[in-house]
Write a protein that binds this ligand. Structure first.
Ligand code: PRT
Ligand code: ZN
Length: 292
């Protein structure tokens, strides 16, 4: 265990897809640190935290071995490395699926059609346990990059690779047939670090900030005017945190009503509010949302 010293330590990807969003996430929760590319290490200026920048493949092991207390890394990497770490929170970025895809014009419809076929992947461990669960015996061909070109080279019959927009699959004339894993960036922790009171408290402080940031991103603040008579109906429609804020307007029998609305319900709620008599609906983003 190398977690010495006062400061908590976190490791994030140095360069790559999760590098910038990870830095932004740390900055958006108020942490002040130097983040120029090329750096391996940055102490935080306003929180007892040191940030280490690494290749994503190394992050689960660093956290498992206690070289750092925390890490931010894709769930796919954590699972592929089979790292003994605590998965604390999904962070809402780096979302992708690890999917099995086959040549567009092939007859394969599901994983069951891949019996005795070759599947190229850079995630052999995850694929192997998926195939075991499905009781399909196929040949896994481990490839470290450019998995998507293996079918056209005749190296494999299908692939198991990360997909976000799906355009790489389309360009390579492949179509997905099976989702093996849904992944996104996760905050992971060293188990023993969480048993140390000081380190656990510091971790909790960071998690409260992460949650406040994530909740705010998933929520909009909605303000509207409505006649007094519509208030009860509007209250029923609003799925806000608690009861909405209601302020009388100078205009007789009119109210201003404010509430937070989860992003996924947003359009549905707005349409219902209009039908119920709400007008002048204003929607603003929320910067942070600290509840409880
Ligand atoms: O250098 P280092 O080892 O740190 O980075 P890396 O090259 O191993 O990983 P990197 O930066 O490419 O990805 C880091 C993490 O981002 C992954 O482990 C995933 O958790 C996550 N992620 C999210 C993705 C994607 N989306 C993704 N689309 N990782 C890779 N891709 C690939 C995909 O396989 C395809 O080849 O990007 C390409 C474009 O995808 P489409 O579907 O948008 O066309
Ligand atoms: Zn990597």
């Amino acid at each position: 265990m190398k977690l010495e010293g006062e400061n908590l330590k976190i490791t994030v990807q140095k360069t790559g897809r999760l590098a910038e969003p990870s830095r932004q996430m740390l900055q958006s929760i108020g942490l002040d640190f130097e983040s120029d590319e090329g750096r391996l290490f940055s102490p935080c200026l306003n929180f007892p935290l040191d940030i280490l920048f690494l290749r994503d493949d190394d992050i689960p092991e660093y956290v498992q071995d206690g070289i750092t207390d925390l890490g931010i890394v894709g769930l796919n990497v954590v699972q592929e490395k089979a790292a003994q770490v605590v998965q604390l929170d999904a962070l809402g970025f780096g979302t992708c699926t690890l999917s099995i895809a086959v040549p567009k014009n092939s007859s394969f419809q599901s994983v069951y059609d891949l019996k005795n076929k070759r599947i190229a992947t850079s995630h052999p461990r995850i694929l192997e346990s998926f195939l075991e669960r499905k009781k399909v015996k196929a040949r896994i061909i481990e490839i470290s990059g450019s998995v998507e070109i293996t079918p056209s080279l005749g190296v494999a019959d299908s692939i198991c690779d990360l997909v976000s927009t799906g355009s790489t699959l389309r360009i390579n004339e492949l179509r997905p047939i099976e989702i093996v894993l849904k992944s996104e960036a996760f905050l992971i922790a060293n188990a023993r670090s969480l048993q140390d009171r000081t380190r656990q408290e510091l971790t909790e402080r960071l998690r409260v900030r992460f949650q406040a940031h994530l909740r705010a991103r998933r929520t909009k603040y909605v303000m509207m005017n409505a006649p007094k008579g519509a208030l009860e109906e509007i209250k029923r429609i609003l799925p806000g945190m608690r009861s909405p804020t209601v302020v009388p307007l100078a205009e007789r029998d009119m109210l201003a009503i404010h509430s937070a609305v989860p992003e996924e319900l947003f359009w549905d709620v707005i349409e219902k509010l209009r039908k119920a008599g709400a007008s002048d609906i204003l929607v603003v983003p929320i910067e942070k949302m600290v509840t409880d």
